[in-house]
Structures are given as structure tokens and as C-alpha cells.
Design a protein around this ligand. Structure first.
Ligand code: C5P
Length: 319
């Protein structure tokens, strides 16, 4: 009874806050189909959540506001109502009829416009944090539905782990995965606009329509990708890393080809542009070769980080 009383007091305590951590992602496989009526493309992708995190602390407040700190330059981020995390909080309040607001403190480590779903992770974390802070207690299903309306990658940031995404990338099914994969990420100083990369892909396909494979059938994730993830086998996964957005990203940013080459000559099993780029994800054979690879890239003047996957999706952290 004493415990229950303490919990009740906590739920309404104006000084209480909730801390949620959400991961960035790598698309280890991404096939882009046709552009749809709503401007989105049909996708088939295999997502892996990796150990580069956004930390969101939600505080009770009358209105809605957001502030940023982080290991990345956060000075360009909008803090008005166009901010995706704030839109997530407002969407939850609307959905549940909650009358108050929230202040979100976001500590960013996932690169901005980097192809790793950092903004989506913020939104997913905001949903989970506000739901716990306000005691609105939506189910996972309900949160996933709200998440999908905020962006194609938001449901995956909620779910985490390893998952297959179809439709816009937001229709998820968990994938069997064993073990831990070791990655080294090579960051770029300047982000890339996701819509630009998709537009570049469409323009290229239009121009060479006669020469490239037809994309009229719904894209699927290849069986060897699922097998590699299920086996937890980095050599096998290295052989089937694939991303339809890589070619347009490289055309827009030719220097990324050098990063991929440097990674592969420095001991990576294989490399891939993450999502729409420009972050490059290099797959290592094990923890030790990931350390060596990280050292080699840093010595060449690249900003790099060592991460592992899969990791959990947006979760409350006990401080
Ligand atoms: O959903 P999100 O806001 O993350 O998507 C950003 C942009 O990426 C979309 O506006 C669209 O141009 C492009 N996109 C797409 N097809 C998808 C996902 C994203 O064309 N399946």
C-alpha cells in the first residue's frame, strides 16, 4: 500500500521527470520501389538498431517546448512547433485528451540528417517519455500507430532490435537475430536531405528507364539477408549489404566513395551508406577488428564511432 501511495504521488509530482533513451538505426538492406500517390516510395528494408542514442528527459510543464544539447552540433535544429519531438508530444496529448504540456530536454548523439533516424528516435522517445510522465498508458500498438503518422522511421525507433519494414518502411515485423554485430560509423560534417536523395534516385531511374530492372513489383528483403541476421554471421551479412539509396547519395556526395574505400582497405568486411546518407556504416568481423578500424579511420582525420547492434528500442531509463 505504501508503494502504491508513493507511485500515485509520483504521477502528479510537478518535479518528477522521465528519462527515455532511443537508438539510431542502420538499414542493412534497403530496396526502393515505385513512388506512390502520397509521394512516399514503397520500401523493403531490414533495420538494425545500434548503440548510438538520443536521450530525452520529459518534465511537466503548462506549454510545449524543447531544448537540445549533444555531441553533435545542435545549433541548426528547430525548437518551434515544427520540431518532430514536439509534434510527437502534441499528437499524444491530442490522442489522449491530456490537458497539460511538457518540456523536452534532448541530448543528441545520432548525427542530424545523417541517414540514421536521429529525428525519428527523438520522436519515438518523446512519445514513450510523455506517455509515462502523463500516465496516459497507451499500449505498444497504439504508440506504434501514432509513431507511423509522425514519420516512416519512427515506429522502428520505438520497436528497436532487428526488424523488416515494408510499405513506407513503417509496417514492421520483428526479424530473428542472433548475436551482436560490430560496426564503425564514419560521420560527415554536413547532413543530407532525405527527399533530395529519393528525388535523385527517381531522376536517375527515369533517365535510364530502359536499362534498369523494372520496379513495378513490390520490393522484398532477400532471403540471404534474413539468414545472415538469423545466424549472427558478419561475413554472410557483409556479402549482402545493399542500399538502393547509396548510388544517388554517392552521386550527390562523391567523397563518400572514398570513405567506403578507406574503410574496406582498413579491414572492414564491407561498408554501406546508412539510409539516405551521408553516414557510412562499416561492418567489422568482431570487436577487436572494429577497434582497429576505428583507430585507422580516426588517424585519417575522419570522425568515427564504434557501435554494436541490435539494441533495444525507446525505453524508460531509471536514473
Ligand atoms: O517519413 P519521413 O519524414 O522520415 O520521410 C522523409 C522523406 O523521405 C519523405 O518526405 C519522402 O520524400 C522520403 N521518403 C520516401 N519514401 C519512404 C520514406 C521516405 O519517399 N518510404
Amino acid at each position: 500500500a505504501a508503494d502504491a501511495r508513493r507511485r500515485d504521488t509520483n504521477a502528479t509530482d510537478p518535479d518528477r521527470s522521465v528519462h527515455v533513451r532511443a537508438p539510431g538505426k542502420i538499414n542493412v538492406f534497403l530496396r526502393v520501389g515505385e513512388v506512390r500517390e502520397d509521394g512516399y516510395h514503397d520500401l523493403a528494408t531490414a533495420y538494425q538498431a545500434v548503440s548510438l542514442y538520443e536521450d530525452v528527459v520529459a518534465h511537466h510543464d503548462d506549454g510545449f517546448s524543447v531544448s537540445f544539447t549533444g555531441s553533435v552540433d545542435v545549433s541548426s535544429l528547430p525548437t518551434d512547433s515544427s520540431n518532430l519531438a514536439m509534434r510527437a508530444a502534441r499528437a499524444l496529448a491530442r490522442r489522449t485528451g491530456y490537458r497539460g504540456g511538457v518540456h523536452l530536454e534532448i541530448d543528441k548523439n545520432v548525427p542530424i540528417a545523417g541517414g540514421m533516424g536521429g529525428g525519428s528516435a527523438d520522436a519515438a522517445a518523446a512519445l514513450v517519455a510523455c506517455d509515462a510522465l502523463w500516465g496516459t498508458a497507451l499500449s505498444r500498438e497504439q504508440l506504434l500507430k501514432l509513431a507511423a503518422r509522425l514519420g516512416a522511421d519512427v515506429p522502428f525507433a520505438l520497436m528497436g532490435g532487428t526488424a523488416i519494414g515494408t510499405d513506407r518502411g513503417d509496417r514492421l515485423s520483428p526479424a530473428l537475430a542472433r548475436g551482436t554485430f560490430h560496426w564503425v560509423l564514419a560521420f560527415s560534417d554536413e547532413g543530407m536531405s532525405t527527399p533530395h536523395v529519393y528525388t535523385a534516385l527517381d531522376a536517375h531511374r527515369e533517365r535510364y528507364a530502359a536499362d534498369i530492372r523494372p520496379v513495378s513489383t513490390a520490393p522484398t528483403v532477400e532471403a540471404n539477408v534474413l539468414q545472415a541476421l538469423r545466424a549472427g554471421d558478419p561475413e554472410m551479412l557483409a556479402d549482402c549489404l545493399s542500399n538502393d539509396l547509396q548510388a544517388p547519395a554517392l552521386r550527390l556526395r562523391p567523397e563518400l566513395a572514398e570513405v567506403l574505400e578507406l574503410g574496406e582497405t582498413s579491414g572492414a568486411l564491407a561498408g554501406i551508406v546508412s539510409g539516405s546518407g551521408p553516414t557510412v556504416a562499416l561492418l567489422a568481423a568482431d570487436a577487436e577488428s572494429a577497434i582497429d578500424l576505428h583507430v585507422a579511420l580516426s588517424a585519417s582525420g575522419l570522425r568515427a564511432a564504434r557501435v554494436t547492434g541490435p539494441v533495444a528500442g525507446a525505453r524508460v531509463v531509471a536514473d
